[in-house]
Design a protein around this ligand. Structure first.
Ligand SMILES: [Zn+2]
Length: 250
């Protein structure tokens, strides 16, 4: 099994586990003879039947075709899961995700429902399906223009690294340099810690507020009783305390 297959298998198995966790599947009907199609559990039917179309365009990078197919399957699998997790139903007319592969600088970029992916990056990082998941979160976020780009990027990496690719979670933080407003994995780690520590779905709530254009930093205080700076200090302190005894200065 190639490394890329391992990564893909991880995505698939995590998705199934999450689907089971996010939706409590009712028992399937017993009448499942070979001629009877399996009944889709009522809870997930709206997600399956909304007919999301994933369109792939590799005309600008024909050698990305096989990889593009895997990315397409990943998007089909994860779109309903992420949408349900973020409580982000499709807006009317939002029935398609496009994956466009072409030669360009950087990794990928998303504009509305179009994810443009750099063919050079795919060739040099064939295991990096996770970056497509990050971009897919941006499609699902569908925010109006926001000042809180740090939070938008943090939510995208939270979905990527705390739902699909836990091996990519940061192992340590440089307290002098890191801040929750850095976005990406740093903010993702902060959000994951808040959810666990305060038992509150802050990612979903922040996402909904950002989507409605009503987000304010005070949301964190409303949900936890502490403002962002106080929460960050508490998060950093908790990491200090969690360090193994042997590494502490004597
Ligand atoms: Zn991003």
């Amino acid at each position: 099994m190639r490394a890329s297959d391992v990564s893909h298998a991880l995505f698939a198995s995590t998705a199934v586990a999450l689907a089971t966790a996010v939706f409590s599947f009712p028992a399937l009907a017993e009448s499942t003879s070979p001629t009877t199609p399996l009944k889709v559990p009522a809870l997930i039917e709206p997600l399956v039947s909304r007919n999301l179309k994933v369109v792939v365009d590799t005309s600008g990078a024909p050698d990305c075709q096989a990889w593009a197919q895997r990315a397409k399957e990943m998007v089909e699998l994860w779109h309903p899961i992420v949408s349900a997790y973020l409580d982000a139903p499709l807006n009317p007319g939002e029935k398609e995700v496009q994956l466009v592969f072409k030669e360009m600088k950087g990794v990928a970029a998303t504009s509305k429902n179009v994810i443009t992916i750099a063919s050079g990056w795919v060739k040099s990082h064939p295991d990096d399906l996770g970056m497509v998941l990050h971009e897919l979160v941006h499609v699902i976020q569908d925010y109006p223009p926001t000042q809180s780009v740090w939070l938008m990027e943090g939510i995208a990496d939270y979905i990527r690294f705390w739902m699909a690719e836990p091996e990519g979670q940061p192992k340590q933080f440089n307290r002098a340099k890191e801040n929750y407003r850095n976005g990406y994995r740093t903010t993702g780690a902060f959000l994951a810690w808040i959810e666990k520590q305060y038992k509150t779905p802050i990612v979903r709530d922040a996402n909904l507020a950002l989507r409605r254009g009503t987000y304010k930093d005070s949301l964190f205080e409303e949900k936890t009783g502490k403002n962002l700076d106080a929460l960050w200090t508490e998060f950093m302190d908790s990491l200090e305390k969690a360090k193994p005894e042997a590494k502490r200065p004597i």
